[in-house]
Design a binder for this molecule. Structure first.
Ligand code: Z5A
Length: 229
């Protein structure tokens, strides 16, 4: 994917990803943000990974059923990359270039954290896949929702009810703690792009923090933005 195609052009939409561990509230928050943007008359689409395009949704089904795991960690990573490649080319890039804001429930940081940090897939493979699938297309803002592992898993279990846990929900506590640590580390390493938000309070309180992060990033006066830099 060429650099020229991914540079921010005047009128290009903003790209916002949501990240976090199981049950951290991404789907809840992304919907609230879409409503808020709509009220502000900003055109947005809500999408997700793995999935988000017809081809990628087929791969999502394979991955969450655990079929990808049977192929081994490297091949499973390639499946996430194949899904992302289709999603970026057919949904994300076209929307951004038409000036539409893209709200994405998970993106490439999920591969870095789940496959790379927690899954121990070599960073060289993760980097190579990222270059091929997204090039320079980093989100303009990444909201990382942070909750203690026990709370997130409890929320995910309550929502699931009697259904069986999926491929990643079935991992042990140590895996989930590694995810949380890796997301917190990412927020510390990339503060210009990532904002870590305490997702323990009620959903409306978390939504207010998300909106503050957006306002600071995109709607702040030049003086305020400069003092943050
Ligand atoms: N994955 C990967 O390994 N590599 C990759 O590159 C990518 C993904 C892109 C996709 O699963 C899986 O793929 C994912 C990582 C892996 N792991 N898993 N499992 P998914 O899309 O099916 O699920 P998820 O992304 O992990 O999200 P989630 O666990 O389904 O939850 P969530 O979206 O973060 O939370 P929620 O659905 O908004 O909320 C969960 C419940 O808590 C629900 O009942 C809410 O009403 C409740 N909730 C939400 N917020 C609150 C607050 N603030 N207080 C109380 N209760 C709340």
């Amino acid at each position: 994917m060429g650099e020229a195609a991914t540079k921010r052009m005047p009128g290009r939409g903003r790209f916002i990803s949501f990240e976090g561990g199981e049950g951290s509230g991404k789907s809840t928050q992304i919907k609230k943000l879409a409503e808020r943007l709509e009220a502000a008359k900003l055109r947005s689409i809500l999408t997700r990974e793995p999935g988000g395009s017809p081809g990628a949704e087929v791969i999502r089904h394979l991955l969450l059923s655990g079929m990808g795991k049977l192929l081994g960690p490297d091949a499973e990573t390639l499946l996430f990359a194949a899904a992302r490649d289709d999603h970026v080319r057919t949904v994300i890039q076209p929307a951004l270039s038409q000036g539409t804001w893209v709200l994405c429930d998970r993106f490439s940081d999920s591969t870095r954290v789940y496959q790379g940090k927690a899954g121990k897939v070599p960073v060289g493979l993760v980097n190579a896949m990222e270059r091929v699938t997204i090039g320079n297309l980093k989100p303009d803002l990444t909201i990382i929702l942070d909750v203690p592992v026990e709370i997130g898993l409890k929320r995910a279990a309550a929502r699931r009810g009697d259904a069986a846990p999926d491929r990643f929900e079935s991992e042990d506590m140590k895996f989930h703690q590694n995810l949380r640590d890796a997301y917190r580390e990412l927020a510390a390493i990339e503060p210009q792009r990532c904002v870590l938000i305490d997702a323990t309070p009620d959903a409306n309180t978390v939504a207010a923090s998300v909106w503050t992060a957006l306002r600071d990033r995109f709607f702040a006066s030049p003086a305020t933005a400069a003092s943050r830099a």
